[in-house]
Design a protein around this ligand. Structure first.
Ligand SMILES: *Cc1c(COP(=O)(O)O)cnc(C)c1O
Length: 395
C-alpha cells in the first residue's frame, strides 16, 4: 500500500471517530463479558475492593477531554489545586492518588518541608523529624501510608501525654476522623494541642464527605492538613484523593511525589485525566441536591425493607453512621428456624444469582446489611425483588 493510500485510509476513518454519539460510532465491545468478569448491582457501598463508586457522564467527558491534550502537569495541578482550595475553604490543595496517597505525601511534607536533601533521603529519617503522634484508639490499617515515610508512630491517650511526647522529633500529629468519639482527645482538642506545640495536624476524613459541609469543616477547624477520598461519596475517579491545608505543606507535599522522579511518592502518580475528573466530580458533588438525594435513599431503603418484611419474622432497622459513610444502612434479621437461611447464605445467593447483587461486607450470619447510595435508578426495585425471592425460597 502506498503511503498516500495509507494516509487516505486514516483520514477517511477520522470523521467516524470524531462523531460523538452518531450511529457511525463503533459500538463499545462488552469488555467485561469478554474477560469473564461479571458486573454486579452495588447494594454494598463505596468499597475499594468493589470498585467503590461510579463516575457521572460529565466527569467521564472531562476525563476524555483531558486525554486529548498535552499540558504541563505541574501547571494543571496548580490550577486544579487552587480551584479545589477555593471551593473547600482551604489555603491550598492538590489531587493525590487516593486518600492513602494523600496521607503518604502529607506525612512526607511534614518531615521534609521543601528541603531538597531531606526529600531525597526519605524514607530514611536519620537526623530528620522521625515521629508521628497518634491516639492509641486512632491506630488503623491506613496508617501504613504514614509509616511508609519511615516514621515511628508514638501512641498516646491523654492531653498530658501529648505534652510529654511532643518534641523536636515530632513530624506530625495524625487524627482518624471516624474515631473521634473513641479517643480522649477530640478533633478540636487535637488541633489545639498541635498549635500549642507547633506540630502540624493531619485529619484523615476519607470516607466522611457526607454531609457535604464536612468537606470544609476540618480546614475551618484549623487542621493543617485534611484528606478525603475522591472515589467514595464524591464519585470522582476511584484512584483520586484530595490533600488540602497549609500552603507551605501542600507545596512540600507536591515536591515529594510525581512528576519528580527521585521522591518517596513517585509511585503515586496522578495524571491530567484524574486531576480534571476529580475537579469536575467535586464541583458536581457540591452542586447536587443533597436533600433530594437523601429522600431517594430513604425511599429505596423503605422499598427493600417492605419487600423483605412480606416474609415471616423478618424485621428491619436503619442505621446512619454518624461520621464515616453517613448514609442509611438497612439491617435485616429474621428467625432462621422459620426462614431457614443465614444472612451470609443470602449474601452468597444474591451474588451468584441473576443479576448479581453485592450487599455490605459487614453482613454476618445473623444480620444482612445493605446500603442504597451506589444503586443506579431502578436497581432498588431489582434488589427488593431478588431479596424477596431468596428469602421466600427458604420458608
Ligand atoms: C478509604 C479510606 C482511606 C483510603 O482512601 P483511598 O482513596 O482509597 O486511598 C483512608 N482512610 C480512611 C479512613 C478510609 O476510609
Amino acid at each position: 500500500m502506498s503511503s498516500r493510500r495509507k494516509f487516505m485510509g486514516a483520514a477517511a476513518a477520522l470523521p467516524m471517530m470524531a462523531t460523538k454519539g452518531s450511529a457511525a460510532r463503533m459500538k463499545t465491545p462488552d469488555y467485561f463479558k469478554d474477560l469473564g468478569v461479571r458486573p454486579f448491582i452495588n447494594a454494598a457501598g463505596t468499597y475499594t475492593m468493589l470498585t467503590a463508586s461510579l463516575m457521572s457522564q460529565e466527569t467521564m467527558d472531562a476525563m476524555e477531554y483531558a486525554s486529548k491534550h498535552f499540558v504541563h502537569l505541574t501547571k494543571l495541578q496548580d490550577a486544579v489545586g487552587a480551584r479545589i482550595a477555593s471551593l473547600l475553604s482551604a489555603e491550598a490543595a492538590m489531587v493525590t492518588s487516593g486518600a492513602a496517597g494523600a496521607m503518604l505525601v502529607g506525612t512526607a511534607s511534614c518531615i521534609t518541608g521543601k528541603d531538597a536533601k531531606a526529600i531525597l533521603q526519605l524514607p530514611d529519617v536519620t537526623g530528620l523529624k522521625s515521629e508521628v503522634l497518634v491516639q492509641k484508639s486512632h491506630r488503623y490499617g491506613y496508617d501504613h501510608a504514614v509509616r511508609a515515610c519511615g516514621v515511628k508512630m508514638v501512641e498516646i491517650e491523654t492531653e498530658e501525654e501529648f505534652h510529654q511526647k511532643a518534641s523536636e522529633k515530632t513530624a506530625m500529629a495524625l487524627f482518624f476522623n471516624d474515631n473521634d468519639k473513641k479517643g480522649k482527645i477530640d478533633a478540636k482538642g487535637w488541633v489545639k494541642l498541635g498549635k500549642q506545640h507547633n506540630v502540624p495536624t493531619l485529619n484523615d476524613a476519607s470516607a466522611d464527605a457526607l454531609p457535604v459541609e464536612r468537606l470544609s469543616l476540618y480546614n475551618k477547624m484549623g487542621f493543617d492538613l485534611v484528606t478525603f477520598s475522591g472515589g467514595k461519596g464524591i464519585c470522582a475517579p476511584q484512584s483520586t484523593g484530595i490533600l488540602m491545608g497549609r500552603k507551605d505543606l501542600i507545596e512540600a507535599a507536591r515536591l515529594n511525589t510525581s512528576p519528580y522522579s527521585d521522591t518517596v511518592g513517585r509511585g503515586l502518580k496522578v495524571n491530567k485525566e484524574e486531576m480534571l475528573g476529580l475537579l469536575v466530580a467535586l464541583e458536581n458533588y457540591l452542586k447536587r441536591d443533597h436533600a433530594a438525594e437523601a429522600r431517594e435513599w430513604d425511599r429505596r431503603v423503605d422499598l427493600i425493607a417492605k419487600a423483605a418484611k412480606k416474609l415471616p419474622t423478618v424485621t428491619s432497622k436503619v442505621d446512619v453512621p454518624e461520621i464515616a459513610n453517613h448514609t442509611p444502612h438497612l439491617k435485616l434479621t429474621w428467625d432462621q428456624s422459620k426462614v431457614k437461611i443465614s444472612a451470609l447464605e443470602v449474601k452468597k445467593k444474591m451474588l451468584e444469582g441473576e443479576p448479581s447483587i453485592e450487599v455490605t461486607p459487614s453482613t454476618t450470619k445473623d444480620e444482612l446489611v445493605m446500603t442504597v447510595w451506589m444503586l443506579k435508578p431502578g436497581e432498588a426495585e431489582i434488589v427488593a425483588k431478588r431479596l424477596a425471592e431468596v428469602l421466600k425460597a427458604a420458608v
